[in-house]
Design a protein around this ligand. Structure first.
Ligand code: GTA
Length: 336
């Protein structure tokens, strides 16, 4: 983009932002906040040039194998984290890919040759996630760091972890927006509105829904009083069974994906303390699906059936990053 086009794009973006400034009910947004909030809005057009003025500050992590990069920077003076990720090549796009791409020879040797293939733009997307305005906690979350495994007793949870998460965990506003249909309403694939055992099932924002290989959905409960696995007792068994049965049925109905191909689990610790359940494809090595963090929903249900207070009393292990404030709290309490 030349500088004139860039300036025009920037002016266009500012106008569009100003036009849409009162989108969020009851919230007074500054122009700059609105620029960032466009990243999460439903209106695609004004977001088009969101990243044209992005200033990179640091690479938080990148992976050649996973083909992604996590970048910390600024969008119009606001802190932001941008995640870029190459998406899998879809089988149903192959014929268009072969037919309409330009090939540039890199090398040829006997029967072997390598090329650079330049596909048409619609087959060359990069999945992009924007967190803006990003807090320091977001930046830390995505930064590649050494991790440590902790063991937390029920008492540790009440005396160390609970006060910590009550004072500084990520906002769950995005969760309430989903439950109140203020965001992502058109993405909901199933809802049980019951206030006790009900939930909303929708694609996780890590899944672009283009292929089933990396299928990823989350079920978010309507109840607002359950922070995590630690709060669960046998009282919640009907809720958990409902999520499992109806979630699996809805995924089968919508995607033709059977329960035997699903990994259904909760994270401990989660990033967001409002109870939710992850549904991922068994063949997808989803971030956070390792044994140190993921608790299979079927195991959780059985543990509660056998011992109603299981998660109140049991010692639970989980990994923490080196600069996580909770790790310091455990050190201060001489629990490490
Ligand atoms: N539909 O607005 C949202 C939204 N947000 C803010 C979070 N999620 C959302 N889904 C929708 N709309 O699976 C999803 C998250 C996550 C779940 C929360 O809600 O994608 P959790 O509370 O157990 O937290 O689950 P968790 O697992 O730590 O969160 P997250 O973000 O998945 O991070 C785990 C690791 O995954 C990160 O450290 C990072 O390595 C990786 N990761 C995170 N985001 C991406 C991404 N966009 N692309 C690739 N890798 C990612």
């Amino acid at each position: 983009m030349d500088s004139n086009t860039k300036m025009a794009a920037s002016e266009k973006r500012k106008r569009e932002v100003a036009d849409g400034n009162n989108e969020t009910e009851g919230q007074e947004e500054t122009l700059k906040n609105a620029v960032c909030n466009k990243a999460g809005g439903n209106d695609d057009a004004p977001s088009e040039f969101l990243l044209s003025g992005f200033e990179t500050k640091a690479i938080l992590r990148d992976s050649a194998r996973e083909k992604n990069i996590f970048v910390h920077g600024k969008i119009d003076d606001q802190e932001a984290v941008v995640i870029l990720e190459k998406t899998p090549i879809r089988e149903d796009s192959l014929s268009e890919l072969f037919k309409n791409s330009r090939l540039k020879l890199e090398m040829r040797n006997d029967i072997y040759s390598t090329f650079h293939l330049h596909p048409p733009p619609q087959l060359n997307e990069i999945k992009t996630t924007v967190v803006c305005p990003a807090t320091e906690k977001h930046v830390k979350k995505y930064l590649l760091q050494e991790t440590f495994l902790l063991e937390e007793t029920g008492e540790d949870y009440r005396s160390i972890t609970l006060p910590f998460i009550q004072s500084q965990s990520f906002s769950v506003q995005w969760v309430y927006n989903i439950l109140e249909k203020k965001a992502e309403a058109d993405r909901i694939i199933y809802e049980d509105p019951d206030p006790d055992v009900g939930f909303v099932l929708l694609p996780d924002f890590k899944w672009d829904q283009k292929q089933h290989d990396d299928l990823y959905l989350i079920a978010i409960v309507h109840r607002k009083d359950i922070k995590s696995l630690r709060d669960l007792t046998s009282e919640h068994i009907p809720l958990l069974c409902n999520i499992r049965r109806r979630g699996e049925d809805a995924i089968l109905k919508r995607y033709g994906f059977p329960a035997t191909k699903l990994r259904v689990y909760l994270h401990y610790q989660p990033s967001y303390y409002h109870l939710h359940v992850h549904f991922t494809s068994l063949s997808y090595d989803a971030p956070g699906c390792g044994v140190e963090r993921a608790h299979l929903l079927s195991d959780v249900i059985q543990n509660l059936q056998n011992e109603p207070q299981y998660y109140h009393t049991r010692t639970l292990s989980f990994p923490l990053r080196a600069d996580d404030g909770l790790l310091s709290k455990f050190k201060d309490a001489a629990r490490l």
